[in-house]
Write a protein that binds this ligand. Structure first.
Ligand code: HEM
Length: 147
């Protein structure tokens, strides 16, 4: 009989990737929302709508996807014994940075909700590049496994 874990592995890897896509989609969207939010007048109805959209994106898409990606990713790593591999250490470092970025963005959404607008639209657009660069590096690490 085939090992149940060997049967499950590709399904769990597929689930990992599905939630990676949801997480990254959310991380791409949120700073965009911030830019539009900051273009609306402070205290306006439109600003209140952006607060609601940001909170919904964080609560329904971003936070659950990040948690599921972490759980499945750590399980996959345990299954293939990746904890000793160089590529996995580098990936883990990048994913920690991405998780920190996620936390920073959620914090910025809370500040925006109280009317604090610390960063310019240009800075937010620049921050928007972070998940793209991290995704490219992570995908190369897991597919090419250069070290
Ligand atoms: C949150 C922590 C994460 C952990 C612990 C983790 C761990 C893993 C592990 C162990 C694998 C299996 C590799 C293999 O079978 O050779 C994997 C697959 C993969 N991961 Fe992650 N991952 C995480 C997050 C991410 C993120 C954020 C991305 C992309 C932005 C990502 C992209 C991928 C891709 C593309 C694969 C498929 C590789 C293949 O086809 O073999 N992972 N992940």
């Amino acid at each position: 009989m085939m090992d149940i874990f060997a049967l499950l592995y590709p399904w769990l890897k597929a689930a990992h990737l599905i939630f990676v896509i949801f997480w990254m989609a959310g991380l791409f969207m949120l700073p965009r929302f911030f830019v539009y939010h900051q273009e609306s007048a402070e205290g306006s109805e439109e600003a209140a709508l952006w607060v609601e959209r940001e909170q919904r994106l964080i609560k329904i898409i971003l936070n659950p996807s990040m948690i599921i990606v972490w759980i499945l990713g750590l399980y996959l790593a345990y299954e293939i014994g990746a904890f000793k591999d160089g590529w996995f250490h580098a990936k883990l470092l990048l994913v920690f940075l991405l998780t920190g970025y996620h936390g920073w963005m959620a914090g910025y959404a809370r500040k925006l909700a109280t009317g604090e607008r610390k960063f310019s639209g240009k800075t937010l657009r620049l921050m928007n590049e972070v998940p793209g660069v991290a995704t490219a590096a992570i995908v190369i690490l897991v597919i090419v496994k250069p070290f």
